[in-house]
Design a protein around this ligand. Structure first.
Ligand SMILES: [Cu+2]
Length: 514
């Protein structure tokens, strides 16, 4: 969004205009951002903070006209993610190049959209390596702004992990080099992590998958699919829309959710299938419902669970979370893959959450398979020797042009020159993260996979139902989450909310591991 438009918005907000707008949800009749007035039942939110937002933070941009969802073809076969080609013929070495560049993509014969891409692809090419491989990826930045590549979830040295302090200038290039540690097979991804630019670079298309395989994978014999979810917001001219003020406040949600770059694809499941799932959306929470199947959760962000866990409810995947599932169709037929409406307590006048259709599953009933009882040996982390407390808060600030709300950690905005916390290398630490705010936020930290110990909400403390390796986890409003974490490499690590608009506007801190 242009600076001039921000100023117009702010001036109008102070002038006290009452019309606010809400972003239309995916649905065939809601193709533009609708106007809602503050008295409408549909738009009303009850509590104090939301009232604040309604009175002081009206969203006074001209409504953006969005492309009707009927303009994109749907029901194509799920595309396979293209691999990033290994240019090395040395055993155990993965060497490749990623070019970041503006790329015109023909979404239909009549509609060409300019994305920012890795190697011209939406999503970026899939990187597949084995544990202990040596990875050498040269990134050429042909954008007109700096960037970095963050290897989300991987346990690699901090100076190779795309911190905002290590930007690749416009026109520059950098070679990232790291070795994948043993025992870290899992489902990762890569995306930009520069200073102040992440939201735009991600919503313009920059993200890709990174799979680390084990040579002793207990599920290797099961056929595998990849579902990479991303979000796309297009103007009525078919171009990538700027963030609205509501996007900056709540995290961006577009009118299209794509799987592997395809809108509402058809997905065939004709036997027990292992599915790796990524939520790469900027702000959208996915609450996945897979009907007429037994769905086992077998892995999370950082690898396989200790044992399979049969899901009895939709799987909530907040931005940046991943999961590995084994799906066994119980009936033959066609069903919708959906995200069930989940209220994450957005600010401002927004319509109620709805179920949305993500794709169409063509199921063939097949004999169930028996999954191994033991999938992984997860670390027993032992007693913590240090404790840390993080508090998320939200504060209104009309001087903040991107949404008028500051999202803070321990009362502070991200400052690249400030060390917020220090940890001793290899120490087992217990962190308590307190979401002292009115909306859901998630927590992501670089350089480690943590294990959740407990959730506390309204004085009720619960233990997680399964032990899992996580680098990103959701917090409900006023929830206190306790994790155990160990940083095993020295250097600077970021931690932040992964609603990318919140991260970009400063809901991020810096940990120094020494
Ligand atoms: Cu957040």
């Amino acid at each position: 969004m242009k600076r001039r438009n921000f100023l117009i918005n702010i001036t109008a907000a102070i002038g006290g205009l009452v019309a606010t707008k809400a972003i239309a949800k995916m649905g065939d009749n809601n193709m533009h951002e609708t106007m809602c007035d503050t008295n409408s039942d549909k738009c009303q939110k009850g509590d104090d903070m939301h009232q604040h937002m309604n009175m002081g933070m009206n969203n006074n941009q001209m409504p953006q006209k969005l492309l009707p969802t009927s303009a994109l073809p749907q029901g194509m076969s799920l595309p396979t993610l293209a691999n990033l080609k290994n240019e090395s013929n040395q055993k155990g070495v993965f060497e490749a190049t990623l070019h970041l560049k503006p790329t015109k993509v023909a979404l239909t014969p009549d509609l060409t959209t300019e994305f920012w891409t890795y190697n011209g692809m939406i999503p970026g090419p899939k990187i597949e390596v084995f544990e202990e491989d040596h990875v050498k990826i040269t990134v050429k930045n042909e954008l007109n702004q700096p960037t970095t590549v963050h290897w989300h979830g991987l346990l690699i040295p901090s100076d190779q992990d795309g911190n905002p302090q290590n930007e690749i200038p416009a026109g520059g290039s950098l070679t990232y080099e790291f070795t994948i540690p043993k025992g870290t097979a899992g489902t990762y991804w890569y995306h930009p992590h520069g200073h102040n630019t992440v939201a735009e670079q991600v919503y313009r298309g920059l993200a890709g998958t990174f799979i680390v395989r084990s040579k002793h994978d207990p599920l290797a014999s099961i056929p595998e699919q990849h579902w990479f979810f991303s979000d796309l917001k297009l103007t009525d001219k078919g171009q990538i829309a700027d963030n609205s003020m509501l996007d900056w406040m709540n995290g961006r949600e577009g009118q299209f959710v794509l799987i592997n770059g395809s809108y509402r694809p058809k997905i065939k499941i004709d036997s027990a299938t292992r599915i790796r799932v990524w939520n790469s959306c900027s702000g959208r929470y996915l609450n996945l419902s897979i009907p007429n199947c037994d769905v086992y959760l077998v892995g999370t962000d950082g690898g396989l669970l200790a044992k399979p866990y049969l899901l009895t409810e939709p799987l909530l995947l907040t931005p940046a979370e991943r999961a590995e599932l084994v799906i066994m169709p119980k009936q033959t037929g066609t069903v919708y893959l959906q995200s069930i409406g989940y209220d994450r307590n957005k600010m401002g006048n927004v319509p109620p959450e709805q179920d949305i259709i993500l794709g169409e599953l063509t199921l063939t009933k097949s004999d169930p398979i028996t999954l191994p009882n033991t999938l992984n040996h997860l670390p027993n982390m032992g007693p913590a020797v240090a404790h840390k407390l993080l508090e998320y808060t939200e504060v209104m600030d009309m001087k903040e042009p991107r949404g008028g709300v500051l999202f803070l950690i321990n009362g502070k905005r991200h400052d690249m020159s400030r060390i917020d916390l220090k940890s001793k290398i290899h120490d087992i630490e217990e962190w308590t993260i307190f979401n002292n705010s009115h909306m859901d936020h998630n927590f992501h930290i670089h350089g480690a996979q943590f294990i959740v110990q407990s959730h506390q909400l309204n004085d009720k403390k619960t233990q997680p139902e399964y032990i899992a390796l996580k680098d990103t986890i959701n917090l409900r409003p006023h929830e206190k989450l306790t994790i155990k974490i160990q940083q095993n490499l020295p250097g600077l690590r970021m931690y932040h909310c992964h609603i990318i608009e919140h991260e970009t506007t400063g809901m991020m801190g810096q940990l120094m591991v020494e």
